[in-house]
Design a protein around this ligand. Structure first.
Ligand code: NDP
Length: 458
C-alpha cells in the first residue's frame, strides 16, 4: 500500500517514504504499535515533502523516527510478604528540539519498548501542537499496580526513581502520569527524586499535588481538553454538546474528566468502562458516585453499577461502542476501537469522535469515520490538553507562581482552540479539508522539522 494514500506523492517522495518505512520496520522488529504510529504520520507527509524538498535532503524523516536516547533498566522491589520482584523500566527521550523531553510514565503489564516508543513518537507532535517549549518522551514499566498496597506501590516507585533520577531534571526530562500513574505514584516518585537529588525541584515532574508544586486543573486537563476540542469540531457543523448522547470508554483520569466536562456542556454521558466490561446508565453517569468508586475506593465499574441502582446495567466483556451515541470519546487505551466498532457507531449515527486516549482507533476504523463524514479528532490533537497543562505547571514552577483554577482553565481553553484551528487550517492548506489527522501530523511535523533544520546536524 502506498505511503501517500489519497494525496499521491511524486515518485521521488513516495520512494523515500517507502525506503524509510522499510528501514524502520527492519530496525525495530516486534514493535507493531510503533510501526502503526509511524505509518500514520508518514502517510500524512507526502504533500509537505513534495513542497519542501529541503526536508528530504536533510533526512528529517529518518532523524525524527529515531529516538535520541532509549533507557532500559532493572527495577527490583519487595512486596508486603517480603517476596522480591524484578520489573523492567523504560524511558525513551525521543526528541528534544523544542524543549525538555516531556511525556508520561505508564505502569501496566503490557508495557514494553515498542509501546513506549509509539507513545514517545506521538508525544513529539502533540507537544509541538501545543505551541509550548516541550520536547517528546515517554516511559514506564511492566509493573501492575492493580491490587497492590500503597506500601508496595511506594517501594516500586522508589526503586524505579532510584535509577531514573539521573536522567531527569527540570531542563532535561520531565515525566508525568499515564495509565497506572496518578497523583499517588507521582507523589512517591517526587519524594524519592528529592531525596536523591537533594533539591526541591518542582519542575522535574508534573501532575504533582497542589500543596507541593502542582497546578490547579492538571487532573482535569486531558478530559476537559478532549471535550473542548470536540466542541470546536461541532461548532463547524453548526452544533454544540447540549443534548447530545455521549459514550466514554475507560474510567480512569481521562475518562472521568471527559464525563465531567461533557456533562457541564450539556451532554448526556451514558457509559464508562474498564478492562472487565462496561456500564450503561440510562439516567446518565452519576459523576460523584463514579469518583467515589474509582478515585477514592479504587474499585471497578461493576461496583459503580451495583451501587447505582436500576438505571445502570453492567455488561461484562462486550463493546461499549455498541451503545448508540452522537459522540464517542475513546479514553482507555490503544486500538480499543476497531473497524467493526466504527461501523456500528456510524450505523447508529455518530457525528464526532475524540481520542482522549493515545491511538485508541485502529487505522481502518479512522478511515471509516472519515469516509462517513464523522468529525474525527486524533489523540495527538484532541488529548493535548493534558501535556499543555503540564507545560503550564512547569511555567508556574519556574516562576514559583500559583495560578487559580480559572486562570488555568482559560489558558487550556485558549490552547485547545488554537490546536483545533491549526489542525483544521493546515489540513485545508494541504488540500485535505476536515482531515484533522493530516492537519495534526503535518502541523506538528513542520514545527519540529524547522527546529531541527535550525539547530544543525543533531
Ligand atoms: P488511567 O490508568 O487513569 O485509566 C485507564 C483506564 O483505561 C482504566 O479504566 C483502565 O481499566 C482502562 N484500560 C487500560 N488498559 C486497558 C486495556 N488494555 N483494555 C481495556 N481497558 C483498559 O489512565 P489515563 O486515564 O491517564 O489514560 C487513558 C488513556 O489516555 C491512555 O491511552 C493514555 O496514554 C492517554 N492519555 C493520558 C493523559 C493523562 O493526562 N493522563 C494525557 C494524554 C493521553 P482497568 O483499570 O481495568 O485497567
Amino acid at each position: 500500500m502506498p505511503l501517500s494514500p489519497g494525496t499521491p506523492a511524486s515518485p521521488a517522495t513516495e520512494a523515500v517514504l517507502k525506503e524509510s518505512y522499510e528501514r524502520i520496520l527492519r530496525r525495530n522488529p516486534g514493535e507493531p504499535e510503533f510501526h502503526q504510529a509511524v505509518r500514520e504520520v508518514l502517510e500524512a507527509l507526502a504533500p509537505v515533502l513534495d513542497r519542501r524538498p529541503e526536508l528530504l535532503d536533510a533526512k528529517i524523516v529518518d532523524r525524527i523516527t529515531e529516538p535520541e536516547r532509549q533507557i532500559i533498566f532493572r527495577v527490583p522491589w519487595q512486596d508486603d510478604k517480603g517476596e522480591i520482584h524484578v520489573n523492567r523500566g523504560f524511558r525513551v527521550e525521543f526528541n528534544g528540539v523544542l524543549g525538555p523531553y516531556k511525556g508520561g510514565l505508564r505502569f501496566h503489564p503490557t508495557v514494553n519498548l515498542g509501546i513506549v516508543k509509539f507513545l514517545g513518537f506521538e508525544q513529539i507532535f502533540k507537544n509541538a501542537l501545543t505551541g509550548l517549549n516541550i520536547g517528546g518522551g515517554k516511559g514506564g514499566s511492566d509493573f501492575d499496580p492493580h491490587g497492590r498496597s500503597d506500601a508496595e506501590v511506594m517501594r516500586f516507585c522508589q526503586s524505579f526513581m532510584t535509577e531514573l533520577h539521573r536522567h531527569l531534571g527540570e531542563h532535561t526530562d520531565v515525566p508525568a502520569g499515564d495509565i497506572g500513574v496518578g497523583g499517588r505514584e507521582i507523589g512517591y516518585l517526587f519524594g524519592q527524586y528529592r531525596r536523591l537529588a537533594n533539591r526541591w525541584e518542582a519542575g522535574v515532574l508534573t501532575g504533582k499535588g497542589l500543596a507541593w508544586g502542582g497546578s490547579a486543573g492538571r487532573t482535569e486537563a486531558t478530559g476537559y481538553g478532549s471535550v473542548l476540542f470536540t466542541a470546536e469540531m461541532l461548532k463547524l457543523r453548526g452544533e454544540d454538546l447540549e443534548g447530545q448522547q455521549a459514550v466514554v470508554s475507560g474510567s480512569g483520569n481521562v475518562a472521568i474528566y471527559t464525563v465531567e466536562k461533557a456533562q457541564a456542556l450539556g451532554a448526556n454521558v451514558v457509559t464508562v468502562s474498564d478492562s472487565g466490561g462496561y456500564v450503561v446508565d440510562e439516567k446518565g453517569i452519576d459523576l460523584d458516585l463514579l469518583k467515589e468508586v474509582k478515585e477514592v475506593r479504587r474499585l471497578r465499574v461493576s461496583d459503580y453499577a451495583e451501587r447505582r441502582g436500576p438505571s445502570a446495567r453492567y455488561v461484562p466483556g462486550g463493546s461499549v461502542w455498541d451503545v448508540p451515541a452522537d459522540i464517542a470519546f475513546p479514553s482507555a487505551t490503544e486500538n480499543e476501537l476497531d473497524a467493526a466498532a466504527a461501523a456500528t457507531l456510524i450505523r447508529n449515527g455518530v457525528k464526532a469522535v475524540s481520542e482522549g486516549a493515545n491511538m485508541p482507533t485502529t487505522p481502518d476504523a479512522v478511515h471509516l469515520f472519515q469516509e462517513a463524514g464523522v468529525s474525527f479528532g486524533p489523540g495527538k490533537a484532541a488529548n493535548a490538553g493534558g501535556v499543555a497543562t503540564s507545560g503550564l505547571e512547569m511555567a508556574q514552577n519556574a516562576g514559583r507562581a500559583i495560578w487559580s483554577f480559572e486562570q488555568v482553565e482559560a489558558e487550556l481553553t485558549r490552547i485547545m482552540k488554537a490546536v483545533h484551528d491549526e489542525c483544521y487550517e493546515t489540513a485545508e492548506r494541504y488540500g485535505a479539508p476536515g482531515d484533522y489527522v493530516k492537519g495534526a501530523n503535518i502541523a506538528g511535523f513542520e514545527r519540529v522539522s524547522d527546529a531541527i533544520l535550525a539547530q544543525g546536524l543533531i
